[in-house]
Design a protein around this ligand. Sequence first.
Ligand code: UDP
Ligand code: MG
Length: 309
Amino acid sequence: MLSIVIPIYNEEGLIDDLVRRIVSALEAFVSDFEILFVDDGSEDGSLRQLLDWQKKYSRIKVLSLSKNFGHQAAFTAGLEYASGDIVGMMDGDLQDPPELFKEMYRKIEEENFDIISGKRSGRKGKNSRHFYTFLFHLLFKNIAAVQNMENTGNFSMMRREAVDALLRMKEKVRYLPGLRAFVGFKQGFVDYIREERIEGDPKMSLSKLFILAADAIFSFSRLPIRMTLTLGLIGTIVFMFAGIYVLVAKIFGFAIIGWSSTLLSIYFLGSIQLVSLGVVGEYVYRIYKESQNRPLYFVKKFYDGNPPK
Ligand code: UDP
Ligand code: MG
């Protein structure tokens, strides 16, 4: 069986289109499937609409979370509740074309891949978010300690073994595309053009997007902490020489009263210290998150179409 996991947060304007399109895309190549919508605490009519569909169509299941936990947590919840032998993931705004699942499925079934990720070869429309995403992927590709990450998002399909491996990583700060690349197995790609959202505004605000980027970088690269160390070392060496110079100047009596150089070095050192503290703080915050060990999400109800026991 094939499961497709789709997180939904305040998307009432597009659920009907979404359901129709994904159902027809799946019916075109597979007979046994489930579509698992994760309602990530929507405040609009999304849940009601999903439940209407769920009553009409037994292949639709709805996992309703107790509040908004964010889209990485929603995907994780969906993966945990999905029962398929093969599991696909896509966004609910149809930016990822569900028709592509057919090709992903074929690659898994016929070419023996375990994980197929959608690789964005381009994007439709112009938008400042695209620029930030581009910058992030450029940076991440060069510093991340995982391979083959370039331009992939959540859009993907995995064999059960890979899903289970992914779910064994219990970290609270999660960047799923990174974790997916990390698990290994035989990984492949399909190229696609990322569409524009069919309706409404992005539900990942810019600030959520930046936090996700920071989570990705801090959990898959040691560059930030290395950088502070390197800066510290360079600073030490530079100031050692400066110190010698000051001593020599003092001894030979040509020291001048220079407040500008003093001020400059205070500013310079001060800002390096603040930045380094900030970087250390990011790690401490994430360590704190992990040690709290709070569940990633709470389920209000799972509407899986089975009669109540
Ligand atoms: N989403 C979610 N919880 C959130 C934010 C977003 O479940 O807190 C869902 C949203 O409904 C959509 C998907 O995650 O189906 C991707 O969101 P969006 O399109 O806003 O993100 P982007 O396209 O910028 O990655
Ligand atoms: Mg989107």
